[in-house]
Design a protein around this ligand. Structure first.
Ligand code: PLP
Length: 383
């Protein structure tokens, strides 16, 4: 179907941060399959692990115990401080799980029309519930009627949430990205999540974090919420979790962990042995190779160098981000930069029309980070 406006390039091979097209031209991948390939392309240990698992057992069913799924759930619980996990295949499905969980939590409390607070400029997926939760008209237009049960407030605005708390007694949860990705790499004020945690505690609401883009080491910690010293009730993951093998997860703790009972939710493929091996190996490699501190270090370097090169330039509004989630907001639409960069052998992205977005692999080296900064700075100066 005609759902993608594809760029005129076909990649056939990858290694580390590099991709090769079918003409054998090499590209530096500063997008990592949109925050998926944190280990870079075809990491040898990862390829070996999934190859061995594929040779042993790929899929059974959630009708049976799956040892790799239990191992992954335990590992994620240790890393996050949360207690339960449900596995699916994508970010949208992980968020569907969270939305269903919040609604059931509300019904269990006697709230017949549960409402979830969501943010402007958020992105949560393309299914009917997740596009309703998404704060972008472009994503919703043409798919009405949207679902009931969502209240929208500006991102990073506690007063707006307090107002909803006063006027809407049906609220059961807040769903928020700790750092907004598709919405333009938006980083909230330092205590935002802490304050949201407090509001949720005071009102008996679930704090549900969408870490599909910012999670799995990209922010410089396993999960973005770990920069705030809080623990959410629900967290969703996907993208970087399986390094390209599709897997999503919805984790739950506190009041959220006992909400689902057998029969409430399910997935045929979710958490099969192959996908869970991919995720376990991804987490192991991130740990062994200190990729979170690398994400922090290279991300700081990239942002600082952009600041030096572009900070005072007219037309550059802001350089922002956290770890290896980097955004450069320009004063005018700049989608053409993607094609210009491609010609120079660099993969970047533009989101919200005006924000150059970089999500390089967590394995990126300083010399590669320098190349990204040099090419992007030159392109923006010439734009
Ligand atoms: C924060 C966030 N949530 C959810 C999604 C949807 O994930 P998927 O495309 O795997 O359904 C995305 C995808 O970009 C995302 O960035």
């Amino acid at each position: 179907m005609n759902t993608y406006a594809r760029l005129p390039v076909t990649f056939v091979k990858g290694k580390g941060v590099w991709l090769w097209d079918d003409q054998d031209k090499r590209y530096l991948d500063a997008l990592a399959g949109i925050a998926v390939c944190g280990l870079g392309h075809c990491h040898p240990k990862f390829v070996k692990a999934i190859s061995e698992q594929a040779g042993m057992l790929i899929h059974t069913s959630n009708l049976y115990h799956i040892d790799k799924q239990e191992k992954l759930a335990n590992k994620l619980a240790v890393l996050s401080g949360m207690n339960k996990a449900f596995f699916c295949n994508s970010g949208a499905e992980a968020n569907e799980t969270a939305i269903k969980l919040a609604r059931l939590y509300g019904h269990n409390k006697g709230i017949d029309l549960p409402t979830i607070i969501v943010m402007e400029q958020s992105f949560h997926g393309r299914t009917m519930a997740t596009l309703t939760a998404t704060g972008c008209r472009k994503v919703q237009a043409g798919f009405e009627p949207l679902l009931a049960g969502f209240a929208r407030v500006p991102f990073n605005d506690l007063e707006a949430i307090t107002q909803v708390a006063v006027h809407n007694k049906n609220v059961v949860a807040i769903l928020v990205e700790p750092y907004q990705g598709e919405g333009g790499i938006n980083v909230p004020q330092v205590d935002y999540l802490k304050d949201l945690r407090q509001i949720c505690d005071e009102n008996d609401w679930l704090l549900m974090l969408d870490e599909v883009q910012c999670g799995i080491g990209r922010s410089g910690k396993w999960f973005a919420f770990q920069h705030s010293g809080i623990v959410p009730d629900v967290m969703t993951l996907a993208k970087g979790l399986g390094s390209g093998v599709p897997i999503g997860a919805c984790l739950a703790g506190n009041m959220a962990e006992e909400v689902f009972k057998p029969g409430n939710h399910a997935s045929t493929f979710g958490g099969n042995p192959l996908a869970c091996t991919a995720a376990i190996t991804t987490l192991d490699i991130i740990e062994e190779e200190n990729l979170m501190s690398n994400a922090m270090e290279q991300g700081d370097f990239i942002r600082k160098t952009f600041q030096t090169q572009l900070g005072n330039m007219e037309g550059v509004m802001q350089i922002r981000g956290q770890g290896l989630m980097i955004g450069i907001e320009l004063s005018k639409p700049c989608g053409n930069l993607v094609k210009d960069a491609l010609k120079q052998g660099l993969l970047i992205n533009v989101t919200l029309d005006k924000v150059v977005r970089l999500l390089p692999p967590l394995v990126i080296k300083r010399s590669e980070a320098e190349q990204i900064v040099n090419i992007v700075s030159t392109l923006i100066k010439e734009f």
